[in-house]
Design a protein around this ligand. Structure first.
Ligand SMILES: C[S@@+](CC[C@H](N)C(=O)[O-])C[C@H]1O[C@@H](n2cnc3c(N)ncnc32)[C@H](O)[C@@H]1O
Length: 154
């Protein structure tokens, strides 16, 4: 299965070890590519959102056959089993291509949210951008372990 993760900026040094460990673990389960965009934050919120979403769209142009999932705090909350099912269903029915998008610091505009019906929330807390990447990679890894019935700590 191919997984793309579109996200903003680089992971800070102090998070790198854990972050890289999940990237390594996922190598046994999928072909993962992390696509990092430099966040535009020199304007007001609206123009920042527009510019950042245009930059996401440029990346999505090359990923037309991918099923897209926005990481969005105020959307449907997912259990780990639901993430596992998302991966299995994607693998069976959509040619095994999923793209997860983590938003910039101001989140996504309403228009962008409407364009992308698949949205995942990890709960109503705001996770900082370094941590949300790690949590997402861990949940994808957990999802593979659940869907393959493999042992993983609870
Ligand atoms: C630092 S947060 C930005 C928060 C922003 N104020 C908002 O309302 O979306 C950066 C990105 O991390 C992701 N994120 C943070 N916490 C999350 C959560 N609990 N569930 C899902 N995604 C989350 C979202 O994609 C968000 O756009």
């Amino acid at each position: 299965m191919k997984i793309k993760l579109i996200c903003f900026n680089k992971v800070n040094k102090e998070y790198k070890e854990v972050y890289s460990s999940y990237i390594n673990k996922l190598k046994n389960h999928c072909d993962l590519e992390i696509i990092e965009i430099n966040e535009f934050d020199h304007g007001d919120i609206k123009s920042n959102m527009t510019k950042n979403e245009q930059n996401i769209d440029l990346k999505l142009n090359d990923l037309k056959d991918y099923e897209v999932f926005l990481l969005d705090i105020n959307s449907k909350q997912y259990t780990s089993e639901m993430i596992a099912n998302t991966l299995v269903e994607n693998k069976n029915y959509k040619g095994g291509k999923a793209c997860f998008i983590i938003g910039p610091s101001d989140g996504f505009s309403q228009d962008f949210r409407k364009l992308h019906p698949n949205k995942i929330s990890f709960g109503l807390i705001t996770l900082p951008y370094n941590l949300v990447r790690i949590v997402l990679l861990e949940q994808i890894y957990r999802g593979f372990k659940i869907s393959k019935n493999q042992k993983y700590h609870k």
